[in-house]
Write a protein that binds this ligand. Structure first.
Ligand code: ADP
Ligand code: ZN
Length: 623
């Protein structure tokens, strides 16, 4: 079976004792995930590497662990200050000597880091590419003899990636300036073209290329036809009361409207988008990290800096623009390896909005006609990959894996709406499709979805009487459907290419060759029931709660929130959910028993052991 959950239980040959020792005493982990071992050995051997692992796969350990083994000072290049700060916080929580040099530091802070660096006290130094090359930092790094550079989010160096950053290009000078250092590139973007580009831009020499498994078995994927955004959002959030959720919207206005609506229902929700001022955004990020709010309603601007590992729901209320984007955004769910849910509210109307947006932004970019055509074609292709995923009635895990070039072995994943049997196909779909298509023909292929559906439902509207469409033979053929259901079915036909939408200002629905095949009965049609199905519980979710004392888990969480708040740290850096659930399951009664719990190393034991043991014993903790 693919995936990290399975691989964590498989034990190949024993770990190198130096690695095992560091892993257990600093992190409290007893094994490495697949590829982490290879990546760590490449680093220790000073061999260049390119590590491609999905979000949550465990890339950071690959560069965090080696400097502890050899007592070296290594450098990590990262695109965003927020990302660096979070990592340094998490590392400091386990007593790991790390620091980040960035533009937000005062002169003294910078000076103090430079001193610690020169004194050889730091194991990891994080910095951004532009600081690295423009500030004389390189000279200092050469002086202290840095031998290893890790480049996080390395796809930012490639124009073919989904997040190109020109400042990353400057990293090509590392090879020249540090000919004897090894370079290690990390990314979650898997296309071969991007991979090759990273390798050549950084001048990697015979790199160890490690490509991880993209499937995330702990995520349960669902695609639900969108009928009522607000009502559906409330219903889905209802399954995750008090848990961390991210709700993605397409526009800034929408995030504010929806967040206000959720707040009115008593949900601890806040909006987040690039139009808010930095302080406001920062406050929301921090509140989410410290668990004082549960839900962030955001545009895709929210994510890069966010690392809360216990996000239990990622809900897209609109269609993402590509499966790469979807994989990355849903990747923020369940990073602790515990079950989490990813729901996409789908309407093919979004495809059309995206298409016009793509054309508009291409127009505004003032590109050469040829370049523009290429850009539009590539973005449209991405969009259609996303659309096909959303409207296919097949296993979501299989569809995603295959999109990323990996075969999916398991027949039924047990963690998607299709395999759980939540989607229902419409009985008599072919006949219904024929009725819709004939109606499109009867109105002369001159009207949009709404009008066609009003005619089918036998509605009385001005348009219908003006055009005399109440006299058509298709008038009222689908009387039993409501408008939303009728439109949803029509969109499904458009998605499957059984009807076509004309281009231009006011697009209308038209027939194509396939429509005629359906009408002639030569092509059977499968349509999904346009209702929201009942959801079932994914197996992973049941397993993760096995034996956990939920009351104790909640008490531990409350305590963690308090500690996080008093230390001004993200809650997950104190303890992640996996560790808290393990405590609430095993109920350790002594420091030794606590140390045996996965995720608890010596530093955490020293810092929080007494409090945890108090909580387990039902006492009020001291801190
Ligand atoms: P990535 O950077 O690839 O998105 P992270 O490095 O943030 O992923 O790791 C994701 C989660 O997996 C973190 O909570 C981390 O503590 C956990 N993790 C990483 N390696 C291991 C391991 N060997 N055993 C247990 N948990 C691990
Ligand atoms: Zn499935």
């Amino acid at each position: 079976m693919p995936g990290q959950a399975a691989s964590e239980t498989a034990t190949p040959s024993p770990l190198d004792p130096r690695i095992a020792e560091v892993l257990a005493s600093w992190w409290g982990f007893d094994r490495l995930r697949p590829l982490q071992r290879e990546a760590i050995h490449a680093a220790l051997d000073g061999r260049d590497s390119l590590v491609v692992m999905p979000t949550g796969g465990g890339k950071s350990l690959c560069y965090q662990l080696p400097p502890l083994v050899g007592q070296t000072t290594d450098v990590v290049i990262s695109p965003l200050v927020a990302l660096m700060k979070d990592q340094v916080d998490a590392l400091e929580a386990i007593g790991y000597p790390a620091a980040a040099i960035h533009s937000g530091l005062s002169q003294e802070e910078r000076q103090s880091i430079r001193q610690r660096l020169a004194a050889g006290e730091l194991r990891l130094l994080f910095t951004a590419p532009e600081r690295l090359v423009n500030t004389g930092l390189l000279d200092l790094l050469a002086q202290v003899g840095v031998r290893r550079f890790s480049i996080d989010e390395a796809h930012c160096i490639s124009q073919w990636g989904h997040d190109f950053r020109p400042e990353y290009r400057q990293l090509s000078l590392l090879r020249d300036r540090f000919p004897s250092a090894s370079l290690h590139a990390f990314t979650a973007t898997a296309t071969p073209r991007v991979r090759d580009d990273i390798s050549s831009q950084l001048h990697l020499q015979d790199p160890e290329v490690l490509v991880g498994i993209f499937d995330r078995p702990n995520l349960c994927y669902r695609v639900v036809p969108r009928t009522d955004r607000t009502r559906q959002t409330l219903e889905i959030l209802g399954r995750h009361k008090g848990e961390a959720s991210i709700v993605y919207c397409i526009s800034r206005k929408e995030t504010e409207r929806l967040a206000a609506r959720l707040a009115a229902e008593g949900i601890l929700a806040r909006p987040y988008h690039a139009g808010l001022d930095t302080r406001e955004r920062h406050k929301t990020q921090e509140a989410f990290a410290r668990e004082t709010i549960d839900v962030v309603v955001a545009t895709v601007a929210f994510g890069m800096g966010i690392d809360r590992s216990n996000v239990r729901l990622v809900l897209h209320t609109s269609l993402p623009k590509s499966l790469e984007a979807y994989q990355q955004e849903t990747g923020r769910a369940g990073r602790d390896g515990l079950a989490a849910e990813c729901v996409l509210l789908y309407s093919s109307a979004d495809v059309f909005s995206w298409e016009s947006l793509v054309r508009k932004s291409a127009d505004e970019a003032e590109l050469e006609p040829e370049e523009m055509a290429r850009l539009v074609a590539s973005q449209t292709e991405h969009l259609h990959g996303m659309r096909r995923y959303a409207q296919a009635a097949r296993c979501r895990h299989a569809a995603l894996s295959e999109y990323f070039g990996q075969a999916y072995g398991t027949e039924s994943c047990g963690a998607c709406d299709v395999c759980l049997g939540e989607t229902e196909s419409l009985p008599d779909a072919t006949v219904t499709a024929q009725k819709i298509i004939s109606c499109v023909a009867r109105v002369g292929e001159r009207f949009g979805v709404r009008h066609v559906c009003e005619v089918l439902r036998g509605a009385t509207t001005d348009g219908i009487s003006r055009h005399g469409h109440d006299r058509l033979s298709t008038f009222g053929l689908l009387k039993t459907l409501d408008q939303r259901a009728a439109e949803n079915l029509t969109h499904q036909l458009l998605d499957q290419g059984l009807l076509e939408r004309s281009s231009g200002e006011r697009p209308v629905v038209v027939l194509n060759a396939r429509s005629w095949e359906v009408l002639r009965g030569e092509r059977p049609v499968v349509l999904l029931e346009p209702r929201v199905g009942k959801t079932k519980t994914a197996k992973a979710d049941v397993d993760d709660w096995q034996g956990v004392d939920r009351d104790l888990f909640e008490r531990l969480r409350t305590w963690r929130r308090r500690v996080a708040d008093s230390r001004s740290k993200p809650a997950w850096t104190i303890f992640d959910d996996k560790a808290l659930r393990a405590i609430a399951r095993e109920k350790p009664a002594s420091p030794a028993a606590l140390l045996r719990v996965k995720g608890i190393g010596e530093k955490r034991l020293a810092d929080f052991g007494v409090a945890i043991l108090d909580l387990v014993a039902g006492r009020e903790p001291a801190e």
